[in-house]
Design a protein around this ligand. Structure first.
Ligand code: NAD
Ligand code: ZN
Ligand code: ZN
Length: 345
């Protein structure tokens, strides 16, 4: 089968012919229908040698939807032909976090680092993907694959981040979403669908702000010298209740801290490598709370799928054949993807 293999750190992955895997034990083989391209894939591809605990080569792709092709002899609860989305953080399966569907916070972080789909383990930018256990599969019914695949990270991570903010989001609360790309445009929709909060959006691209508008944001602004001021004015003057930062550079972290009102909360999702200094006393608002949400839980993935099936959220996608993966990667790197790029084998 064809698979997009990362063979050297910092080098563009290449499409190669590899053996189609066969499921053993509790494993399940899924025929891939669509796989999302995440900005994290760019972070992984561009990582310096030794920075990530993954052994090369492996197949990329951690946002995967498809149809069950073959079952290992010890699987149960799923059938050949079922359409599914993959829950991507493959934890140890034995700790209390994994036992309650929170593999994303598996206690065996060393294990988790090795076990993510497309993150050290062969993922879904291929014709087939081998899943270690049926517990990582969530049914999608007749949801189109290009809608379902991005739910497993862009949707799930945004949903989990919003769920973590809920105490800051009372009726009339104002939120800011920084970075309206694959994750951010779904965060805007999830805020609108699951909270009563007002949503303001920030990006460096006009077309991303147009997407924010289509996704239900009340107002969008480009990053400029006076952005913090503009957002504060929009909030009514006191500042906003919560910020979701899908960029995570020093610039966006400082913008976020600068627009929060007392008691406000910042969720940093973007892996931009920025820094924010915590000091007391200091410039952070009193009562400031910070979270670093990572991916989401398996029950939350089922909830995100249900939201999408109800029509409450819709992924804006650009489709590419798997053979054009390099073009999709170049476009994402250049900030030229609207919503989520999805690869179709
Ligand atoms: P994306 O490229 O689709 O979207 C990023 C958006 O941010 C784009 O619209 C871009 O124009 C905008 N942007 C870039 N610089 C900006 C700036 N300085 N100010 C405002 N907007 C800016 O990326 P994505 O796939 O949505 O991923 C977003 C980030 O989240 C990445 O860093 C990714 O690695 C990270 N991520 C984290 C998790 C997690 O579990 N914490 C999961 C998935 C992705
Ligand atoms: Zn991702
Ligand atoms: Zn675990």
């Amino acid at each position: 089968m064809r698979a997009l293999r990362l063979t050297a750190w910092g080098e563009t992955p290449t499409l190669a012919e590899v053996e189609r895997p066969a499921p053993h034990g509790a494993e399940v083989l899924v025929r891939v229908e669509a796989t999302g391209l995440c900005h994290s894939d760019l972070h992984v591809i561009g990582a310096a040698p030794g920075n990530l605990p993954y052994r090369l080569p492996f197949t990329l792709g951690h946002e995967v939807a498809g149809r069950i092709e073959t079952l290992g002899p010890d699987t149960d609860g799923v059938r050949v032909g079922d359409r599914v989305v993959l829950y991507g953080p493959w934890g140890c399966g034995a700790c209390d976090r994994c036992a309650t569907g929170r593999d994303n916070y598996c206690d065996r972080r060393d294990t988790l680092a090795w076990h993510g789909a497309g993150l050290g383990r062969d993922g879904g930018m291929a014709e087939y993907v081998l899943v270690p256990s049926a517990r990582h599969l969530v049914p999608i019914g007749d949801l189109p694959a290009d809608q379902a695949a991005p739910l497993s990270d862009a949707g799930l991570t945004s949903y989990h981040a919003v769920a973590g903010l809920r105490h800051a989001l009372a009726e009339g609360a104002t939120t800011v979403v920084i970075g309206v790309g694959g994750l951010g445009h779904l965060a805007v929709q999830i805020l609108r669908a699951t909270t009563a909060a007002r949503v303001l959006a920030v990006d460096v691209r006009e077309d991303a702000l147009a997407l924010a508008d289509r996704s239900g944001a009340e107002f969008g602004t480009l990053v400029r010298a006076d952005t913090a001021h503009v957002l504060r004015e929009r909030s009514g003057g006191a500042g906003v209740d919560a910020v979701l930062d899908f960029v995570g550079t020093t610039q966006t972290l400082e913008l976020a801290a600068g627009v929060l009102r007392p008691g406000g909360e910042l969720a940093v999702v973007g892996s931009g490598g920025g820094h924010l200094t915590v000091s007391k006393p200091g410039v952070l608002p009193p009562g400031f709370r910070l979270s670093l949400p990572f991916w989401g839980t398996r029950p939350e993935l089922a909830e995100v799928v249900a939201l999408a099936r109800s029509g409450a959220i819709h992924v804006e996608t650009e489709r590419f054949p798997l053979s054009a993966a390099t073009e999709a990667i170049d476009r994402l790197r250049g900030g030229r993807v609207r919503g989520r790029a999805v690869l179709v084998p």
